[in-house]
Each structure stands twice: as structure tokens, then as C-alpha cells.
Design a protein around this ligand. Structure first.
Ligand SMILES: [Zn+2]
Length: 167
């Protein structure tokens, strides 16, 4: 059976790759932060199946290890990708400076942020961007776990029970 370490690293790599693919349109710093988030999400996704169904023996693989669960996740990836875009929008909002109208000229001027505010909005922006990558990486990590397990002699169940899928 692939061990926890293998799942962690393969998951992180898969998450990083998928997050990178999804963030191609993003600016360079955001792209890098999303890749970081993707690696984290992939790592969590990569060990999640064994959290849900601890590897006490090679028959531990139940529904959370099933091909059906993997299929459902691939299907749900679009929803996660949508959430990721919401995270990106939130990140972009952190950059917007509040404006105030000049009563004499009618012109809208940005209020210069106080330093603490500036730091806070940068933290917010970072977290939202990281989360976008994390969400994208999660599925990739989980599916990589199922693929690794499916490549073992016992394979993974199709649904529940002992009808196994092997690759
Ligand atoms: Zn497993």
C-alpha cells in the first residue's frame, strides 16, 4: 500500500499542477500563491481518504476510497473551481481603496490607507488567493490518492463491497 508520505507528496504535486493550470490567467504573484495553495490543498486531499477510512488493513477501503467517490469529486471540481473564482474576486476587492468625493470638485479620490489597513488588506488578499488554489488542489490530491490505491493489487472498490477496480 502506498504510505502516508507517498500520498502526501503525490497529492501535493497533483494539487499544485491542477491549481497552476487553473490560475494561468492570474498575475505572477497570484499564480505563485495559488500554486502554493494548490500544493497545500493537494496534500490535505491526498491524506483525506485515509483520515476518513484509516488504513488498518488493505480491506479498509470503503466508500470514501471508491471509484464512485472519485467520479463524484471530478464532477464536483467545477463547483470548486467556481468557488475559487469567488475567492479571486474577494482577493481583488481587498485591493480596492475606499474613495471619498471632493465636495468642491465632485471628483472621487482614494482615501490614503493607514499602514495597518494596508497590511490587513494585503493579508486578506493573500488568504483569498491561497484559498482559491487550495480549493482547486483539494480534488486533485484526493483523486491522486484513489489512483495510487487503485494501482495496488487489491485496487479500490467501485462503490462499496469488494468488487474492485484496478489500474
Ligand atoms: Zn488509502
Amino acid at each position: 500500500m502506498p504510505g502516508r508520505e507517498t500520498h502526501k507528496y503525490v497529492g501535493a504535486t497533483a494539487g499544485l499542477a491542477l491549481a497552476a493550470a487553473q490560475a494561468q490567467q492570474e498575475s505572477k504573484p497570484h499564480f505563485l500563491i495559488e500554486m502554493m495553495g494548490g500544493a497545500l490543498g493537494g496534500m490535505v486531499g491526498g491524506i483525506a481518504p485515509d483520515w476518513l477510512e484509516p488504513a488498518v488493513c488493505s480491506w479498509h477501503r470503503g466508500i470514501c476510497h471508491s471509484a464512485a467517490a472519485g467520479g463524484a469529486l471530478v464532477y464536483a471540481q467545477q463547483a470548486l473551481a467556481n468557488w475559487a473564482s469567488i475567492c479571486r474576486q474577494n482577493a481583488a476587492k481587498c485591493r480596492v481603496l475606499p474613495q471619498v468625493e471632493d465636495i468642491h470638485t465632485g471628483e472621487w479620490l482614494p482615501i490614503p490607507p493607514i499602514p495597518l489597513q494596508q497590511v490587513w488588506s494585503e493579508i486578506c488578499e493573500f488568504i483569498w488567493t491561497l484559498l482559491a488554489g487550495f480549493l482547486n488542489g483539494l480534488t486533485a490530491g484526493y483523486v491522486s490518492h484513489l489512483l495510487l490505491d487503485a494501482a495496488t493489487p487489491r485496487g479500490i472498490p467501485i462503490w462499496t463491497g469488494r468488487t474492485a477496480l484496478k489500474i
